[in-house]
Design a protein around this ligand. Sequence first.
Ligand SMILES: *[C@@H]1O[C@H](CO)[C@@H](O)[C@H](O)[C@H]1NC(C)=O
Ligand SMILES: *[C@@H]1O[C@H](CO)[C@@H](O)[C@H](O)[C@H]1NC(C)=O
Ligand SMILES: *[C@@H]1O[C@H](CO)[C@@H](O)[C@H](O)[C@H]1NC(C)=O
Ligand SMILES: *[C@@H]1O[C@H](CO)[C@@H](O)[C@H](O)[C@H]1NC(C)=O
Length: 457
Amino acid sequence: MWPGVSLLCLTLLSCLCHGRGQEQASLSKVSDPAGHCLYTFTVARPEEASCPGGSSSGEETEKVLARLTLLEAVVSGLVAAGAKAGDVGTEGLQEAHARVTRERNQMQEEQKRMNRQVQELQSKLLQLSQEADGLRTSRCPQTGSTGGGQNDNRPISDPAYDPGTYREMKAEVVTVSSAQLSPEGNLSLAGCGELVSVEDPVLHRTADSITGKYGVWLQDPEPQGPVYTNRTVWRLDAVSRDVRQLFAYEDLDQFSRGSFMKLLVLPEPVESTGATLYRGSLYYQRRRSRTLLRYDLSSERVAARRDLPHAGFHGQHPYSWGGYTDIDLAADERGLWAIYSTEKAKGAIVISLLDPRSLEVRRSWETRIRKNTVANAFMACGRLYTVASYAAANTTINYTFDTATGEGRAVAVPFKNKYQYNSMVDYNHAQRRLFAWDHFHMVTYDVRLGGAGAGAS
Ligand SMILES: *[C@@H]1O[C@H](CO)[C@@H](O)[C@H](O)[C@H]1NC(C)=O
Ligand SMILES: *[C@@H]1O[C@H](CO)[C@@H](O)[C@H](O)[C@H]1NC(C)=O
Ligand SMILES: *[C@@H]1O[C@H](CO)[C@@H](O)[C@H](O)[C@H]1NC(C)=O
Ligand SMILES: *[C@@H]1O[C@H](CO)[C@@H](O)[C@H](O)[C@H]1NC(C)=O
């Protein structure tokens, strides 16, 4: 019954957008008995909303505003023409113009109000589904709980305090067998040298609720257009037991301002912060599984699914901050990658190059660096880079592994965790920037790469 409640809220949510029904705005002209020429503007209000089937409120209002702007231009033209000819209709036109302006202002207010309502409903929905989940799990026997139990007086509905979510792998000291690294790969990438420096983070947006403590935000480095471009911003808040809401923003400006262009509801829930965007698809790990999904953004369908063979999941090999970050997907100049570990690798980072269409593993490399000792990792120019700490304000990228040579080594590139809880770091090769989510803060870092070609010399 609880899932039923969530469903109901979702339906409500999707109906909140403005109706498409009243697209008409018209201008008519009649003579009144006194011999004046009266101009009448009819502009439909967006109030009686019906389900629009996909169009967002922002989009709709923008269309209305565009029409109004057009009408204003017509009115201005007529006013100018009227003034020239000394026409008696001028006053009426000015009045009409003022009315149109008033209505536009009203609509802008309306738009703001709708945006607020959408946001309220979203947090309500999230809260309900968390409560539902809480009820469900409290009835089931807990297996393999990491303890912590019912301590403190922390709010139950706050998933960030769930001991399960925060499970960190601390035990397990294993000798890593010397990896079988074959140096046969030779992936020359002109202009794609090693990472030289990472600039200071630039803040773009701060999440305003607990669901945004950590998450994923990205732009597609190789968008497939025409609907979504390299300006589109995508965001997934990852603090929830049922992460399915993918927000799309027209561009960085809209993203920073706060309203969104579209909300896509994913058919299957997302695990943690390892998702990535590449060539018109969202790639992500299905919750509590090693299943990878490719969700096509334009058809809004799952276009491919495949298990990542032997990959640890749900707390077996997470990054040091925990959060079920077992499987991290990444895209770079070379393609689509999975960063994870397996039982055979005994917790050492395994890198696999994936077929972006089918999600099949094309080739894998095993490193000697243990996944749960690093805070995060990303791929750039076919090289893995790992961040030493997620919490230290001044830390370093202290290890790199080159898939072209099959060799890894220590490096020391300074890196700042300005907000001291960095849960996601992904490289965008089109922009040569890192996108990161650092304790409610969505930031980017410009990076500098060496000019040299491939090879760690
Ligand atoms: C590897 O790449 C270098 C250039 O970076 C090239 O000179 C060499 O022939 C390549 N080797 C193989 C085996 O492809
Ligand atoms: C998007 O692509 C255009 C054309 O390729 C480029 O000029 C622009 O800088 C890109 N914008 C972003 C945000 O990547
Ligand atoms: C990088 O830093 C982490 C955390 O301080 C440490 O555990 C790891 O051994 C370091 N790796 C290298 C290659 O220095
Ligand atoms: C971090 O490094 C900057 C210089 O890059 C320095 O000004 C700052 O005090 C350092 N912060 C900490 C906490 O060490």
